[in-house]
Each structure stands twice: as structure tokens, then as C-alpha cells.
Write a protein that binds this ligand. Structure first.
Ligand code: N01
Length: 558
């Protein structure tokens, strides 16, 4: 059978450390800003820095814009944040002209949206596609970043902005024998552009995180048989997706500004009001159940905030989690399958809460088999399929790796970034990643990270966090231009204190109280721990603004 992608997915990750020096001829020397990535962050960053009159170039490894929504084309891929929240807020014209069609937009719709943004703001002419940034070094004498790309160009820029994304470096476990499999193997974030027809195939899906949970119901509809290899059962909340009718759209457009104000005051950047009841423990059982039922009926990611203290109070969490277990159980016909799907070993929200459409019902189909690979781990991939530790074999035509990403730092560390004194970012972060406000890592001057470690990043409505970061960076650049400043770095002490606070807040939360990509434990050798700020996007934005108003406290200019 044809294996069009097999070679690509199992190519060994290369860490480039050749004898490249900053004396290499520079092919383009007069840029103000280089931006890495043309996803939601890179597009908006380009728009803002152009507005300051700066010249800029974006390097994008794909051949189109959209980032996550360019790469993740697997069946069922859609955003699990509502369309009216998961969109830019910087342009009222954009808000008014764009028409969302569903509560939770699909990947094709989001890809269209980002293409529309690229065209509407004339961004493409400064984007170089099919080009990866491989190495960058800070030239201390000139206060410039020298950037080398996969196409062999070496450009120099005053500022470097990473918009490489928190979930763009894929994680494909290397199972013994994977190279021998005669069928097709594909990672969900590298799905073929034209789609993949799995009709009549025996398909194995490894992984039941947000991605697997979205892909499984769609693959089951087409495949001859679907085997789901589950290692960790997880909580999932019904999406209750729906098309948006004309009245809803009109109401949305009318209220965008009001929603923006709600996002600013919400701890995860969503346009919602605070919960009606702050703790599950402060009301009687009847009220509690009514609130839970209403929240369940509404569905979506907001369920995690049914009560204010779900993420901080173990008892409130346990009550909410039991409610979810009971509702899920009702959907599954086989008691054994229900048990296997509900043997959840962590509090609700300790891993990123999943939003699902027809996921649990899919296990009632005769062509779907759940395989527990916690008890019997995958031992090897064979010529015919897959074998688990107890000797059971599964004949397959296609293996789908819904195995996630090297989150938060993976994309940054896939590049060879060297700061002051040749310090490599991967050496600086060898024991744990952090940057002052998640924006600038000490020793890496003039390098801004959008949604970097230390910022709310993935624990927020990320596109709203992106806008907040980009706006802050643009204001900071304007300040530097106004005051004729060439260089900005973080004070190492301010950075250490910020990172301490990030860890202290995480220690008080249920978030990350079990292994997952949130804690980096899905990647061998990666330091463990939550690296994103859990104090709330509203609090975070206020701190960033205050620091800027106080003359950029904790930053050092030169
Ligand atoms: O990745 P994951 P994801 N053997 O890391 C399993 C965002 N997202 O792509 O849990 C067997 O959550 C692994 O098992 P375990 C969202 O932020 C957003 O699903 O490690 N299994 C797990 O089940 C999300 O959180 C949307 O035991 C192995 C799965 O693979 C993030 O992306 C949609 C294994 C990986 O789950 C990542 O989600 C989709 C092995 N050796 C994703 N290795 C939106 O809608 C790994 N697994 C916006």
C-alpha cells in the first residue's frame, strides 16, 4: 500500500549545530523586524509593526497562513472556543464584515478567516512561505538578530518576534517497528490537504486528547473498523454546537464591543459573565444541581467555570466531576466500555478540558473498539498493524497519531536560538522554561515571544492573549523608537521573581495536578511543571500595563 507520508513523520528531529557564524554574508540587512510564523499571532504582529512604520518580514514554514488552522486538517478539527470569542477584536470593520456560521468554527472556516485577514490587511507581500527559521543569533555589537532560514537566506533585523505557537511542534512517539508497517501512518497535525478517504479501512487511532476526541467520531463514520488505543481516560463536555442563524449573527455583531469588555475582565479572556454561584459548597443540593444542569445544557468550555472554585477547591471539583461522570455514563451502552472511558484518575480540569461532539456515543457503534493501552501498552508496530504488551494484535491499514505536541516551548526550541554570549535558549531552559512576563527571556535582548512561557498562553482564549501580547509589544517598540533605544532585555532578577510567582500560583491550582502536555511530561527528558501563568488574563494584562506605565520596570534598555 502507498505510504505517502511515512518518511516525513518519522524523520529524526535534527538539532542543527554547525559552524555558522554571524560573519556569514547577510542577504537582507536592513529589516526592522523578523516575525516567526504566520498564524494568528504572526499576522497581527505584522499588521501592528507595519503600523509603526517598521519594515518586517514573516517566515512561515507552511505554504499558507493560519498556523494551527493551517496544519490541523484532520476530520472533525474545529475550535473548541466559540467563534464569537475566537476572533480578532482589533478591527471593528473585520468584526462586522465576517460572518461566522457555527458556534464552534471548523478548521476550513478558520483557515478562510485567517486568509481573509491576510488579504484584507494586505499582509501576504511580507510573508515568505515554505521557509523555516533554523538558527538565529544575537549580534551584540550591532544589537541585531541574524536569522538563517531553511532556504539558506541570512537576514538581519533589529527585533525578532516569535509567533511560532504553543502547539506547533508535533509529538510522534517512536514505537518499535514503526518503519516496518506496510500501511499508512499520519499525525493529525500533518493531515493531507485534500483529505484522506478512509472508507473500507481498518483504522487505529492512538490518543484520546482533544484531537483524538474530535477525529474519532468522524473516522468511525467512514472506516470499516476503528480501533481506539486509549491510555488515559479524560473528562469531556458536550459542545452543543449549532449553526448561527441571522438573528444570532445580528445580535453578535451588535454586541461585539460589549463582549470585548467582558473578555478584558474575564480570567481566561472569554466574553462571559462571572458564574452565578461562586462555590458548589455554598448552596444547597437543589440549587447546585440546577446550576450544574444548566451549565451542562449550555455545554462548551465554559463548563469548567460552572462554579468559581472548580479549579481551586478539591471538594467543589469532585462534585462537578461526579456530575460529569454520571452524565457521560448515560450515553454509553456497554457497562464495560463506560467503565474503561470513565476510570479517570485526575480532577476535572487538571488536564485541558475536552469539548466533544458525539464522542461517547461513537463507542455504541458496532465498528468501534476501545483498546486499553494503559494496562497493555503498545509494544510495537508490526508489518500488519499493532501489537500490545499482552500479545494481542490489531490488523490495520492506517495508524493515526493523535498524540499531540511538544507544547509551550517545542517550537521555540526546535530552532537554534542563541542570545548574549552565545547562550543557547535550550541551555537556558534546560531546567525549566521562563521569561519575564512570558515576553522577553533575560539574555535574549530584542527577542519578544508571543504567548511565551510565563504568560497565560494556552490557559486562555489564546487569540485574545495574542492580541494583548502583540499590543504590548507594539507599544514597547513605539516607546523604544520614541526614546531612541536600541535594545531591551529582561532583568534576570525580575524574570526569576516572575517565574517564582508563576509556579506559586500553579501550586494553588488543580491545573497540572496530573501528567499531560500541560506539565511537559508527554515529552521524554523535558523538565516537568506548568509554565503558563494561571493568575488570570485580566490580572496579567493589568500587570503588563502597570509595568509599562512605570517605565517598563524589570526591563533594561540600552
Ligand atoms: O494532544 P494531547 P491533543 N501511547 O497531548 C496519547 C489543543 N487542541 O492533540 O494522556 C499511547 O492532549 C496521550 O495519552 P496520555 C488543546 O489545547 C485544541 O489531543 O499521555 N498513547 C493522549 O491521549 C489540546 O489540549 C483543539 O496517556 C499515547 C494523546 O495521545 C492540545 O491541542 C483541538 C502515547 C495526546 O493528547 C493537545 O491536544 C485539538 C503513547 N506512546 C487540540 N503518546 C481545539 O478545538 C501519546 N499518547 C481548539
Amino acid at each position: 500500500m502507498r505510504r505517502p507520508w511515512a518518511g516525513y513523520y518519522f524523520r529524526k528531529k535534527t538539532v542543527i549545530r554547525d559552524a555558522w557564524t554571524i560573519e556569514d554574508p547577510v542577504t537582507e540587512a536592513n529589516l526592522d523586524v523578523v516575525i516567526i510564523g504566520a498564524g494568528a499571532a504572526g499576522l497581527y504582529a505584522l499588521h501592528r509593526v507595519r503600523g509603526l512604520g517598521l519594515s518586517a518580514k514573516v517566515f512561515e514554514k507552511g505554504d499558507g497562513v493560519g498556523g494551527t488552522w493551517y496544519w490541523n486538517r484532520y476530520p472533525g478539527a474545529r475550535c473548541d472556543v466559540e467563534s464569537w470569542d475566537y476572533c480578532y477584536t482589533f478591527s471593528e470593520e473585520l468584526e462586522q464584515e465576517w460572518e461566522w456560521t457555527e458556534r464552534f468554527p471548523t478548521q476550513p472556516e478558520l483557515e478562510r478567516y485567517f486568509n481573509h485577514v491576510a488579504d484584507r490587511f494586505d499582509l501576504r507581500r511580507d510573508i515568505e512561505f515554505d521557509t523555516r527559521v533554523e538558527q538565529t543569533r544575537f549580534d551584540e555589537g550591532e544589537n541585531r538578530w541574524i536569522v538563517r532560514t531553511s532556504k539558506g537566506a541570512t537576514v538581519s533585523a533589529r527585533f525578532l518576534i516569535s509567533a511560532a505557537g504553543c502547539l506547533s511542534e508535533v509529538n510522534t512517539p517512536r514505537f518499535k517497528g514503526a518503519d516496518t508497517f506496510k500501511g499508512q501512518q499520519i499525525h493529525t497535525a500533518r493531515w493531507a490537504k485534500g483529505g484522506l478517504d478512509v472508507t473500507g479501512m481498518r483504522v487505529g487511532v492512538i490518543g484520546t486528547g482533544s484531537t483524538g476526541v474530535q477525529a474519532i467520531p468522524q473516522l468511525a463514520k467512514q472506516a470499516d473498523h476503528l480501533f481506539v488505543f486509549q491510555r488515559t481516560p479524560q473528562f469531556a463536555i458536550p459542545a452543543r454546537n449549532r449553526p448561527l442563524d441571522a438573528d444570532t449573527l445580528e445580535e453578535l455583531k451588535h454586541n461585539y464591543r460589549e463582549r470585548w469588555a467582558l473578555k478584558r475582565s474575564n480570567p481566561v479572556g472569554m466574553g462571559r459573565r462571572p458564574p452565578e454561584v461562586s462555590s458548589a459548597l455554598e448552596v444547597d443540593e437543589t440549587t447546585r444541581n440546577r446550576v450544574l444542569e444548566e451549565s451542562w445544557a449550555l455545554g462548551g468550555p465554559g463548563f469548567a467555570r460552572t462554579f468559581d472554585d472548580v479549579m481551586t477547591n478539591a471538594e467543589s471539583n469532585q462534585i462537578t466531576a461526579q456530575f460529569v461522570r454520571d452524565r457521560i455514563k448515560d450515553k454509553i451502552e456497554s457497562p464495560d466500555v463506560a467503565d474503561a472511558l470513565l476510570e479517570i484518575d485526575h480532577p476535572l480540569g487538571a488536564r485541558r478540558l475536552i469539548v466533544e461532539i458525539d464522542y461517547f456515543e461513537t463507542y455504541n457503534r458496532p465498528n468501534v473498539t476501545l483498546v486499553d493501552v494503559a494496562a497493555n501498552p503498545i509494544a510495537e508496530i508490526t508489518l500488519q498493524g499493532l501489537r500490545t504488551a499482552d500479545g494481542s494484535s490489531y490488523d490495520l491499514d492506517l495508524i493515526v497519531y493523535a498524540t499531540g505536541f511538544d507544547g509551550m516551548t517545542g517550537a521555540l526550541l526546535a530552532m537554534d536560538i542563541q542570545g548574549v554570549g552565545g547562550l543557547a535558549l535550550r541551555d537556558k531552559w534546560a531546567d525549566g522554561a521562563g521569561a519575564y512576563l512570558g515576553l522577553v527571556a533575560a539574555g535574549f535582548p530584542n527577542l519578544f515571544m508571543i504567548t511565551g512561557p510565563g504568560s497565560p498562553a494556552v490557559y486562555s482564549n489564546v487569540i485574545f492573549s495574542i492580541e494583548q501580547h502583540v499590543d504590548w509589544i507594539a507599544d514597547c517598540l513605539a516607546h523604544m523608537l520614541d526614546h531612541d533605544l536600541d535594545r531591551i532585555d529582561s532583568d534576570p532578577q525580575a524574570e526569576a521573581e516572575w517565574t517564582r510567582q508563576v509556579h506559586e500560583i500553579a501550586a494553588q491550582s488543580i491545573v497540572g495536578k496530573t501528567d499531560s502536555w500541560w506539565t511537559g511530561s508527554n515529552i521524554g527528558g523535558k523538565p516537568r511543571g506548568v509554565t503558563f501563568y494561571l493568575g488570570g488574563t485580566n490580572t496579567y494584562a493589568a500587570i503588563c500595563d502597570e509595568i509599562a506605565a512605570n517605565g517598563y520596570e524589570g526591563f533594561a534598555f540600552g
